[in-house]
Structure formats: structure tokens, C-alpha cells
Design a protein around this ligand. Sequence first.
Ligand SMILES: [Zn+2]
Length: 420
Amino acid sequence: MFPYIKKLRTLLLAIILCFSSTSIISSQQKWRKQPIRIAVSSSLFELIKDLDPLETIEKSAKKWEEAANVKFEFYISDKKAVSLSDPDGVNLITISPIPENLEFLGKNLSVIPAKTKLFYNRNQIVEADIVLNPYVQFSSDGRFGTFDLETIILHEMGHLLGLKHVFANGSIMNPNLPKNGVYGISQIFLRNLAQSDISQIRALYGTVSESCCAIFKGRISVKNEKGFLLQIWLEEKETGRVEALAPTDSSGSFIIGGIRTGTYKVFVQGTKRNKRIAKELGLVSLEANNTYTFEKAVYAYKIKQPYPEYLGFNGQIAKTAIGISAGRNYLLYIAGKSFLTEKIKVSTNSPYLRVIPETFSIHAFDDEIQAISFGVEADSNLPAGEYSLIFENENGEKTFFVAALISNLQTEVPQNFFIF
Ligand SMILES: [Zn+2]
């Protein structure tokens, strides 16, 4: 018997959803070019122990500043309350458990670490207030059961800058940011921007110094379908690293900016009711400061077999990326409801990551949840970046776990699988 999957339901409940709340929705928000001034409520210093909240916030801010042409300034304030209906002209980070803030955080107080309120005026963000949940624990040392403050602030500042949630597991803008302890490890490796986050923020604000970037836009039309929403992403041809991504709108149009010069594979994935599309669309070579237009028509197929939706590591499954380190081997899982067929394949698009077929093991359960486990060998030259996992069933139907594996040089993720 395979004991791990039993944890599925409780684990999914343990995963948090982080919300941003927008007054006006727009896709092209920009702050004005001067530094963004943010008041840090003194409530943070009263309620968050064992770490310096201001120092942590500044670390998160620096990551966005290094990625794009944005600048922050912080000052400490006695202000406590989020602006609910009207902006008050002050950008605020607060954790005070006062009624306004609790009302804004809503009823999922046991699971939401933070929420950001945005006010717009003609597509321009005029104010952003970040409310941290006073009833969850924040830390900086990876302690199990706590949220990493630097990670949460990095995510909320992404909202403050105008970014929305994205579908890539390894993005800081993934809505499923885990607590430390999910997958049995600290989640501090998420404290960094994924390349796709860097692309997104550069697309909005540009860069300070580098010659950057290319814009890739166009339309994916789905034959005989209307309003089929898709995810488009680019992976570096040589390494398989995820470079940039965007969703399509209901007409199939998309625009992806902030892309570095390079040759990329284009991928598309989406599901609408019982129809699905998940495929590679070919290669593109992009050069900085240029705009490329891409048009493609694709067919959706009728889903014959449910597709897997969860990743797993160290006996737990979730919808969050898995950290790996170069030169090590890992035992990973893919799981879902009744998704297994006779012949299944798992692969990656990276020559630096090898899925070891001999290690395949299938686990089926009475409550319909099934899983496969497999070993992955990370080459010692694996570059830092985010990599996708590809699942394929015997009908040739694919599922891409976009940016499912994160390799970075700052955090070591212990090997959990020994081969040979
Ligand atoms: Zn969020």
C-alpha cells in the first residue's frame, strides 16, 4: 500500500491561495516612473517576531528592482488600515488585526497569507495596499508550518506592480504559494523571481541597462471553437528553460514581452469543458528590441482520459513547483484522478534532466486518485532556471507541468532518491 497519497486532501487544504483584489481590471498598468513610496506599518514590527520586517521587504523589493526599471522607497508609519472603498494616497504594507483589514482578507483566514488591494485611474495603478494575515506565522528561516515572508512579499509586490496570477508552477505569481513544509522541505527556494516573472515585469516597465527585449505576440485560433482560453509559453531550445509566458484572451490573442534574444520552442495548453489542447507549436528565433507576430490554427481534441494535475515530492502532492539541485537525483510524482492508461511516458524538454524509465512505478487507490513515481537525474551542469515536466498517455495526449522544476544556485534541495 502506498501511504503518501492519503495526505492529498489535507495537503491541498494546506496550500494557500493568495488573492489580489482589483477595483478596475486592466492589462496595461504602469506606475509612474518615480520611486514607489510605500509605508510599512509599525504593526509589522509588533506582530512579526524573530526577523526584521523592513529588511525582508527591502530584500524582496531589490529583486524586482534588479529585474526591471522600478524603484521603491520605504518608510515606517503608524498607519494600520487598508483602503477599502477609496484610495487615501498612501501605499501600505500592514498586518494589524483591525476590522477593515480582516474584512479585506475575507473568510479564508486560516489559509491566506496576504492580499493586495489595487486602485486604478485610467489603467494606471494609483495605490496598492498589502495586508498580511495576522493569524498566520511568517518566518525567514524555512521553519515548517510558517510562510516565508520574503516570498509572500515578493508575490504581493508583483501584484502591486500590476502582475496577475500565472499558470506556471515555478513562477512567484503562481497563486498556490506553499507554506514551508509542503513536500517535506523548506520552500525558501521560491524566494526568487523565475525567468518568466522577469520577462513579465520587463514587459511592463522595461529594463535599466541591458538591451532588452523581444516582444512575441499574435493569435492562436482554435478550429471550430470560440472563447478557448490558452496558455502560451516559450522554452529555450538548447536548455529547455522556461523564458516567458502569457495567457490568450477569448479571441486567442496574446502578447508576451520581456524576452531575451534566443531561439525558443513555443508551447500551448488549455482545456475547455471536455476539449483540450496541449502541444508544441514550433521554433522561433527572437532578437531584442524586435516584435514578432505569430499566427497559428490548432485543433482541440476530445479528452478521452482525465489528465493529471498534481506534482509530488517526498510523499506529498500539491500544485506547486519542486526545487531541485544540479548533480542530484530525485524521486518525483505525478498524480490525478483516474488518469493512468496502459502506456504512459514522462519526459522533460531539457538535455540536463533525465527521466529514468526503469524507475517508473504506478500507484492506484480506491478513491480514484492515482499516481506515478519516477526518478529524475539532474545533470551537474544543470543551469539555474525553471523546467517543465511532460506527461503523455497512450493516446498521445499530453499534459505540460509548466515550470514544474526549479533549479537555483542559492538553495540546495537534498537528493531524495538513490540510483545504482
Ligand atoms: Zn496573489
